[in-house]
Design a protein around this ligand. Structure first.
Ligand SMILES: [Zn+2]
Length: 356
C-alpha cells in the first residue's frame, strides 16, 4: 500500500510539475522572458507521450483563472526568414486563406462558450495579408526574440500596432525543428505599451512529429502541418491569451493542448469554403452535455428530477443550454475533440433538448 501511495505521490508530483511546464517555461535569468503557453508538442516528444498516458480525471474540464480572453481576434501573420522573399509554394497564400476562413467558422465557434473578465469569446476574426521579413530568423527556444520580431515589424510598418489588445501575430519561420520537442507555441507581450499576442511556428516540412497526415485537402504537407498547429495556437490565444490566465485545466492544458493530435474527421470546412485538416478543440459544454446525457440514461432520471435536483445539476443544465446556443459548431464533429463516437452529437443534442 505504502509503495502504491508513494508511486501515486510521485506520479502526482510529476503531473503537477509537468502541468507547470506546459503552462509556463522557466523565465530567463532576468525573469523577463514571456512564458510559452499551449505548446504544441511533437507527437513523438516525451512530453506528448506523457500527456497521452495520463488517466482520465473525474472532471477534465478547464476552469477559469480570472484573466482576459480575446473577444475577437485580429490576425497579422508574419513570415520571417531569408527563404521567404523568393518562396513560391502554397504556405503564404494558404495561411492567408486559413485565417480569412477561420472568421465565423463552426470551428472557431467551438471556443465561443468561454468568457473572461473582458467579455466572451466570439468567432469574429479579422485578418490581414501576411507580411514578409527576409532577415534571418531565430528558432523558437525562447519567446523574447519572437516578441522582438513582432515589435520590429510593427515599428517598420509591415504590420499595424493593434491597440485593442486583440492583436495576434503568428510568426512563421523557415527554421526546421531539429531536436526541439515542440512544433509551435503562443505567448504574449507588449509593443509600445500595447498588449500583443504572439505565436511561433517552425518550418515543418517533412517533419513526421508535427505532421497531421493530411491526404484530403490538396495542401502541401508543409502547409497542412503549420495550419494544424495554427488552429491549435489561435484557439488557445483566444481563450487563454495572457497573464493571469483564463481557461486551462488542472494540468495547465489549454483547449488546444487537450485535443492535440486528435482528429475526428478527415477535414473541417471553414467559412470561405476552404477545407483544412485541423485537430479538434476542447469544449467544456460539449463534455458536460455528453456526461449529462449519459447520466440521464444510466440512472433513468426523469426530466422533472433533473430540473428539481441539486444546484450542480442546474449548473450542468445551464452548461448544456450554452452548448446548444453557442456550440452548434459541434454539428461539425471534427471541430470538438471530446466526442464519444459517431452518434454523439445527435444523441447529446436530442437528450439535452428534451431535458431543457
Ligand atoms: Zn497548446
Amino acid at each position: 500500500m505504502r509503495r502504491l501511495f508513494i508511486l501515486l505521490l510521485v506520479c502526482t508530483i510529476s503531473a503537477l510539475a509537468f502541468g507547470q511546464d506546459t503552462k509556463t517555461q522557466p523565465a530567463n535569468a532576468a525573469g523577463a522572458e514571456p512564458p510559452m503557453l499551449g505548446i504544441s508538442w511533437a507527437q513523438d516528444s516525451a512530453q506528448q507521450q506523457f500527456l497521452n498516458q495520463q488517466p482520465a480525471r473525474r472532471s477534465p474540464n478547464m476552469t477559469y483563472h480570472g484573466g482576459v480572453i480575446m473577444p475577437s481576434s485580429n490576425v497579422y501573420p508574419i513570415f520571417w526568414g531569408t527563404s521567404w522573399p523568393g518562396y513560391g509554394g502554397d504556405k503564404m497564400t494558404g495561411m492567408d486563406s486559413f485565417y480569412s476562413g477561420f472568421n465565423g467558422s463552426n470551428y472557431a465557434k467551438t471556443s465561443d462558450e468561454y468568457t473572461g473578465s473582458n467579455g466572451q469569446v466570439t468567432a469574429t476574426t479579422t485578418s490581414r495579408m501576411h507580411a514578409v521579413d527576409g532577415s534571418a530568423a531565430t528558432g523558437g527556444n525562447q519567446t523574447t526574440p519572437i516578441l522582438n520580431e513582432v515589435c520590429k515589424e510593427i515599428t517598420n510598418g509591415a504590420v499595424p500596432l493593434d491597440s485593442s489588445g486583440n492583436g495576434y501575430y503568428p510568426v512563421y519561420t523557415d527554421v526546421p525543428r531539429g531536436n526541439a520537442g515542440f512544433c509551435a507555441w503562443h505567448s504574449y507581450g507588449t509593443c509600445s505599451g500595447k498588449r500583443v499576442q504572439i505565436a511561433f511556428f517552425f518550418k515543418l516540412d517533412g517533419d513526421a512529429g508535427c505532421d497531421p497526415q493530411d491526404t484530403q485537402t490538396g495542401h502541401s504537407q508543409g502547409l497542412a502541418a503549420i495550419a494544424n498547429v495554427s488552429a491549435h495556437e489561435l484557439s488557445e490565444a483566444r481563450t487563454d491569451p495572457a497573464s493571469p490566465g483564463a481557461w486551462y485545466d488542472s494540468q495547465g492544458q489549454e483547449n488546444g493542448d487537450k485535443c492535440a493530435w486528435t482528429f475526428n474527421v478527415p477535414y473541417v470546412h471553414f467559412s470561405n469554403s476552404t477545407i483544412w485538416k485541423v485537430q479538434g478543440e476542447w469544449s467544456n459544454a460539449a463534455y458536460t452535455a455528453d456526461r449529462l446525457s449519459q447520466q440521464q440514461r444510466s440512472e433513468g432520471l426523469s426530466r422533472r428530477t433533473l430540473r428539481t435536483t441539486s444546484a450542480e445539476t442546474h449548473k450542468t443544465l445551464a452548461s448544456a443550454r450554452v452548448f446548444l446556443l453557442h456550440v452548434n459548431a459541434a454539428l461539425e464533429r471534427g471541430a470538438v475533440c471530446n466526442c464519444a463516437g459517431r452518434s454523439w452529437v445527435e444523441h447529446a443534442l436530442r437528450r439535452a433538448v428534451k431535458i431543457l
